[in-house]
Design a protein around this ligand. Structure first.
Ligand SMILES: Cc1ncc(COP(=O)(O)O)c(C=O)c1O
Length: 412
């Protein structure tokens, strides 16, 4: 098997067949199973081309026009294009596109605004907060004093009254809004109001919804948050990486927090790939895509609910769904394994209440493949079939192969 748009595959195969086989094996895996991990997507061949370009060779510490290395005149242009496109796409006064990952972006945001020991209010980890939102295993929990807010026990929705009460009593230096597993839109205006009441910075960690924001399918946190952190590789469909958006008054602090405070040389091939992805995200086709992602997630949610899974918050506004499969007699961890054997690849996750683990899935990748609502109905039924009747795993695996065969992520 060769990959038409990556002729270098042949070069790699000749030089290092062991690695070439692994790369092609992964392409085969991605093409013949269903990628339902909410944080994943298929980047375009153009993004892959930028990632595999000679820009990977270039050292470029610093920022365009102010580098510590010579020979940066071309990569400077690429970074300026990425910055300009990000600013235009999200209506931001300033963009920093150098963060190596979403976690690096959050670290830099904290470095820009906080001092070690400051109090920060963020969604608690059991409710979908990210590691960088105060996990004791992460720099955030070690260096800052995190207080967690939660979700309403009945509805699963963020408990904004609790956010306000905790903000009043703890007077945090920053409030973080954003999650790895929250399927609903956040009320950024209300977060802003609460942050203003207690004189806190508002940091939006929009790693998940930022691609929907680009496509006009989710509210934009930029007008409300002091700093917006994001990843570029989820619904946004760019290379693996992070970015930070903010107002002009915080631009210098954010830039210095990224380099030299938390990072060294910028990864210019990734920054060029981010520019390509931002260009793609500004098209009408991407707007249609983002809305289709949400429409697909809603249909899949409805089918899962009809099949007996307990869907958190009763639905979704985004690409992301969390659900408790235990009404079908299996918990999330076991379900993930059963489903993987059938070719449905997804995550298990903490559920807001109860000890059982749930399932977290998303529609970004399958929508990129061109799947629509009919395919979502089929996927929902296949998923429930495996959980209800594990003996049919092999038959479902065959159906997944047949389904994915009609929607190759990289045709040709
Ligand atoms: C809300 C949130 N913040 C931060 C991150 C970290 O991103 P990365 O894995 O690129 O470090 C993620 C990743 O899923 C996330 O969902």
């Amino acid at each position: 098997m060769t990959v038409a748009h990556v002729p270098e595959t042949d070069v790699l195969r000749a030089q290092d067949p062991e690695l070439a086989e692994l790369l092609l094996g992964e392409l085969e895996r991605q093409s013949t199973t269903l990628q339902l991990i909410a944080a994943e997507n298929f980047t375009s061949p153009a993004v892959l081309a930028a990632l595999g370009s000679p820009l990977a060779n270039k050292y470029a510490e610093g920022y365009p026009g102010a580098r510590h290395h010579g020979g940066c005149e071309i990569v400077d242009v690429a970074e300026r294009i990425a910055v300009d496109r990000a600013k235009a796409l999200f209506g931001a006064e300033h963009a920093n596109v150098q963060s190596h990952s979403g976690s690096s972006a959050v670290l830099a945001a904290y470095a820009a605004l906080l001092r070690p020991g400051d109090t920060v209010l963020a969604l608690g980890l059991p409710y979908g907060g990210h590691l960088t939102h105060g996990s004791p295993a992460n720099f955030s929990g070690r260096w800052f004093d995190f207080v967690g807010y939660g979700v309403d026990g009945e509805t699963g929705l963020v408990d904004y009254e609790q956010v306000r009460t905790l903000a009043r009593s703890h007077r945090p230096k920053a409030i973080v809004c954003g999650s790895i597993a929250y399927p609903r839109h956040l009320d950024y205006a209300l977060f802003r109001e609460i942050a203003d009441e207690v004189g806190a910075y508002l940091i939006a960690d929009a790693a998940h919804p930022i691609g929907l924001v680009a496509g006009g399918a989710a509210p934009n946190p930029v007008p409300y948050a002091d700093v917006v952190c994001a990843t570029t590789h989820k619904v946004l469909r760019g290379p693996r990486g992070g970015m930070i958006l903010c107002g002009a008054e915080l631009a210098e602090r954010v830039d210095r927090a990224v380099f030299p405070f938390t990072q060294g040389g910028a990864q210019m091939h990734t920054i060029a790939a981010k520019a390509v992805a931002f260009g793609e995200a500004a098209t009408d086709a991407f707007t249609l895509y983002a809305h289709q992602v949400v429409a697909n997630a809603r249909v899949l949610t409805d089918v899962l609910a009809a099949e007996g899974l307990a869907v958190t918050t009763g639905g979704t506004d985004t690409h992301l769904i969390t659900a408790d499969p235990s009404p079908l007699g299996v918990d999330g961890r076991a379900a993930r394994g059963l489903l993987a054997a059938a070719g449905l690849i997804l995550d298990c996750c903490a559920l807001p209440h109860g000890d059982v683990r749930g399932l977290r899935l998303g529609t970004a990748a399958v929508t990129t493949q061109g799947m629509g609502q009919a395919e979502m109905r089929r996927i929902g039924v296949l998923l429930a079939t495996v959980l209800r009747e594990p003996a049919r795993t092999k038959a479902v695996r065959a159906e997944v192969r047949e389904l994915t065969g009609g929607f190759p992520p990289y045709p040709g």
